[in-house]
Design a protein around this ligand. Structure first.
Ligand code: TXA
Ligand code: MG
Length: 312
């Protein structure tokens, strides 16, 4: 595995590796993704193995342009409206898959549906359009661990199991895309993320939130324990105990690190995973205490990740 500074050649090289069935980690605006050509079953199988991901958990299919979706789905008017408003960007739409879909069935875990997103990060977009094929890309970390927002996080977590890591610096959003199910009449958020319920509602009118974390989630990836750091997490903390790190939000006395001094949720989302990676050090701390994050807007997605990270 090599990490190169990103030049147009790096991206062309990445597309060549992908076409040959290899695995390439690349930056998106949310988190780093680990990409495989979604039309090659063997490449997708390698991807599941590299992540240690259970094969019942389907992958998000990334497209370079909105009209690629027509190759594997027949999208409805809600898709047209949402993609017009939020694509390219951090919204994943779950659609019914059509007959003769080009997507490897392993990538969708054999489901009749397919989750699609068009990322806005320039490197991701150029990589997709150079390849000219959809990319199956989960977050570029071992299954269940903290998501990567820096190329070094990918290297630490996946090391030599990937063929190339394209370094695009820190991810600007820092938290995964919102997953919205459009396979039923009622649009349902399966995973809260960067695009909020209010934003979706203002685009298509009606939307609901799926019940929080459960043992048998509708979105197979929404397991109770996920994003798990090595150290235990304690939520809604005011102060740190002995040998505890304090991850603050807003003016927090004696915070070890602060998600946002000014209490800005977008800044907190962008810092969340990188700060968890930094504090998750058993040599320095016995646990991580996290200050209260308001349950509004982006705070809903942040608290979702924190609850899963805290679950043991
Ligand atoms: O921001 C993101 O979405 C990042 C970047 C790399 O694009 N990707 C990401 O992928 O977070 P991953 O694999 O870590 O999460 C995919 C989520 C899982 O919760 C999975 O269960 C859900 O999407 N999903 C995928 N296909 C689905 C489907 N057909 N029906 C329901 N949920 C699906
Ligand atoms: Mg993930």
């Amino acid at each position: 595995m090599n990490t190169y500074p990103t030049t147009p050649d790096t991206i062309v090289g990445g597309a060549t590796i992908l076409r040959a069935g290899g695995l390439v980690a690349f930056p998106t605006e949310t988190v780093y993704g680990l990409g495989a050509d979604a039309t090659q079953p063997k490449a997708v199988a390698r991807l599941f193995k590299a992540k240690g991901r259970p094969s019942f958990n389907p992958l998000i299919i990334h497209v370079g342009e909105k009209d690629w979706v027509n190759d594997f789905s027949t999208p409805d008017s809600r898709f047209q409206q949402l993609s017009k408003t939020f694509w390219p960007g951090p919204l994943t739409l779950v659609l019914k898959q059509r007959d003769n879909s080009a997507i490897a069935s392993l990538a969708t875990a054999g489901l009749p549906s397919v989750a699609v997103r068009c990322p806005s990060h320039e490197i991701a977009n150029v990589l997709l359009n150079t390849l000219g094929r959809p990319l199956a890309a989960p977050s570029a970390n071992r299954s269940g661990s903290v998501s990567p927002t820096l190329a070094t996080h990918v290297a630490e977590s996946l090391g030599n199991t990937v063929d190339l890591i394209i370094d695009g610096g820190p991810c600007s959003v820092g938290i995964e895309s919102t997953v919205l199910d459009l396979t039923r009449p009622k649009a349902t958020i399966l995973r809260p993320g960067a695009i909020t319920l209010e934003q979706i509602r203002s685009s298509i009118g009606s939307v609901t939130m799926a019940n929080g974390a459960t043992k048998t989630p509708k979105s197979p990836g929404q397991m109770l324990s996920h994003y798990a750091p090595k150290l235990p997490l304690r939520l809604k903390a005011k102060t740190a105990e002995t040998r505890e790190a304090l991850l603050g939000f807003g003016p927090t006395a004696a915070a070890t690190l602060n998600l946002s001094d000014s209490g800005d949720l977008a800044e907190a989302a962008a810092n969340l995973f990188a700060m968890l990676h930094l504090l998750d050090d058993p040599h320095r701390f016995k646990s991580i205490a996290v200050a209260t994050i308001p349950e509004t807007g982006l705070g809903i997605a942040i608290n979702d990740r924190l609850r899963r990270a805290a679950f043991r």
